[in-house]
Design a protein around this ligand. Sequence first.
Ligand code: ADP
Ligand code: MG
Length: 444
Amino acid sequence: MLALRVRLAAVTMNCQQLTMLSELAAIELKTPSLPEESFPPAERSGTRMASAEPSESQIRSPAGIAAGTVHEAEPSEPILRLTGIRKHYGDVVALDGVDLSLARGEFLAILGPSGSGKTTTLRIVGGFVAPDSGRIELSGRDVTALRANRRDVNTVFQSYALFPHMTVRDNVGYGLKVKRVSRAERNARISEALALVQLSHAGDRRPGELSGGMQQRVALARALVNRPSVLLLDEPLGALDRKLRDEMQLELREMQSQLGMTFMYVTHDQEEALGMSDRLVVMREGRIEQSGLPAAVYDNPATLWVAGFVGASNRLTGTVRELGELVRMECDFGSIVGAKPHGELRVGERATAVLRPEHVAITDERPASEHNSVRVQIQEVLNVGSQLRCVAFTPGGLKLSVWQSRIDGRTSVHSGEEAWLSWSPEPVHVYPDRDERASQSPPS
Ligand code: ADP
Ligand code: MG
């Protein structure tokens, strides 16, 4: 029956969607239904009716995740903990020792370039891929050897993987039907999930009749209907256009905090990761390069690579001349002082100073300080309302980006003009060039 449906669906789906679909079908086919306690508090006031019979999971695994023990854990205990996760595919090391914890109710974003291991991490948590080594705990319980269907997590895929021949209600309720949840309970839970994603009016339509944003919400409702402890989202907004993405970002964030759900959200879009998450994990080549509050990662990148990958930045290379309260470097256009040293800097060695465009000022007059200024020629000016965004070149040909508030600085800058750029030492980070791994440029 299921195989037939998957085959039917394949007629209108591409290969990647089909893989997602079979993963989804596998999990929905056997995911144990969860008891009342597992439902996030804000959802409990819904109209759902209690199931008359004990669920399969309550009979088979009284001490298991589905028996409600996970939700009675201490709040300080992480809901999800990964320890020393490694995974390789042939010669490719997809994950090279990942350690990661999620607090209950946390919105964690995993950001990284394509191929850095984000999806593999999610699949390992979801139980679709087994790690070569390492341990996965959900609410203190080791689930490493547990199959996907026995884990209290659900995944929302980028491609939605909806059944095109079924109505929205049937898509959302499919997993519950397979699990033989009673019709009355099913209907109540479907209605509740659709109300959460504001699609109550579209229950009888088919996916093909819906916009991209609506389809995304159906996929979300289908995951929410299972009330997972942790929701895994793999670039869920990747297929949407910019405007819809912005709207959905706000909606998703609101829903997550309202329901008190735990989100593990994969994206390669830094604005999305910085704007939505409580905590940001930056992945690179199968490892976590940095983890922290989004603002902390942006303001204090641990490595030169993170500084280049998260946010826009200017790179100024030179030789370290003094190490003290401030690091002083000599560049070909002059002297730079920076207040934020990283790694092991040594006098006489090469280093790179990183400076965000918003920390650079444009003036007509030569700045008083002998450090941190350069005469440039403005090449391009973009007026983006509150900001002037300029591209400038030093006489030596170094390209610098400058984002200047129109209130604080010069109110007009024109291409072709000459001007002075200057900046204070406080936001200047200095990284040694010696560290091979850290000094490589991130892919653009
Ligand atoms: P991301 O989601 O960050 O783009 P992935 O986790 O999908 O990265 O992939 C990490 C690395 O593992 C990549 O080099 C990718 O090619 C490889 N990889 C992932 N899945 C497979 C697979 N099923 N077979 C072979 N290689 C894979
Ligand atoms: Mg991926």
